[in-house]
Ligand binder design. Structure first.
Ligand code: NI
Length: 269
């Protein structure tokens, strides 16, 4: 666990620093003296063999993580894998997804390859690639918009690069806010907006997993056209239920995750 913790700490620090809204929620939970345990940490990438899931997973595998499940999201052209740390049931799961570039338009595919080509050799081969941020030239809002029409997921990577897309609070570990309804109400009482795509609660006790998330707050991004605000990262909440053998379900539900991805969709307000 110690080796894995050395990976999580800088990822968590970066995530809090980048996303003031997440820090605010974390502090609200601390105010209730809750134990904030991470259910999973999620990352996004493209399926280019230089930076695909298997490349990003390397430092976790070296820290003792093992592959546990894979998922397909046909409509969003995504594939994902999840990993667990053997022997540590409280360690966060690692969820890494990738966009299938061969299914996208030539424009999107070529833009992705162009930015990957710009990643310096010492960064692309560094085990901490996962925390390197945007390692290509300043983004263009015009290109962001063009990509976004086709894939909100790809437009997020184009701007933010390699960093945690979200952390997820384990509701099972909370003492006071011990149901997803209580968590959601607490967030709403504090002025936060939930992702309501597919309903505020994704999944059910029957599916052994319930999830909710906030809509990513907007962050000012320096584009070649100037500073423009776009959605950053979000915070997710998950409650797991025991299966018929009595062990807590550890996987993910594709149709719920499909809607959770939309927490970073662009919006105007
Ligand atoms: Ni998630």
């Amino acid at each position: 666990m110690e080796k894995a913790q050395l990976l999580f700490d800088p990822i968590w620090v970066d995530y809090l620093k980048q996303n003031p809204q997440v820090k605010k929620i974390y502090e609200l939970f601390m105010g209730l003296e809750e134990d904030v345990v991470n259910d999973h940490i999620a990352f996004r990438t493209f399926n280019d063999p230089r930076i695909n899931i298997d490349v990003l997973a390397k430092p976790f595998i070296e820290a003792g993580y093992e592959f546990r499940g894979e998922y397909n999201f046909e409509e969003k052209h995504l594939y994902a894998k999840h990993y667990e740390l053997k022997g540590f049931k409280d360690a966060p799961r690692i969820f890494i997804s990738e966009l299938k570039l061969e299914e996208m338009s030539p424009f999107l595919r070529e833009t992705a390859i162009e930015i990957i080509d710009q990643i310096p050799e010492e960064i692309i081969t560094n085990p901490m690639l996962i925390l390197s941020g945007r390692v290509w030239e300043k983004p263009s809002f015009n290109i962001y918009e063009q990509i976004r029409i086709e894939s909100e997921y790809a437009s997020w990577i184009y701007v933010y690069g390699f960093r945690a897309n979200h952390f997820t609070v384990s509701i099972n570990a909370l003492k006071k806010l011990n149901s997803i309804e209580k968590v959601n109400n607490f967030l709403k009482e504090n002025g936060l907006i939930l992702n309501s795509s597919g309903g505020e609660i994704k999944g059910s006790p029957d599916e052994l997993l319930e999830q909710s998330s906030i809509i990513a707050d907007k962050l000012p991004i320096s584009f070649t056209e100037g500073i423009i605000e776009i959605p950053g990262c979000y915070y997710e909440f998950a409650r797991r239920y025991p299966d018929k053998n009595g062990s807590l379900y550890g996987g993910f539900i594709a149709k719920s995750a499909d809607k959770i991805f939309e927490s970073t969709n662009y919006y105007t307000k």
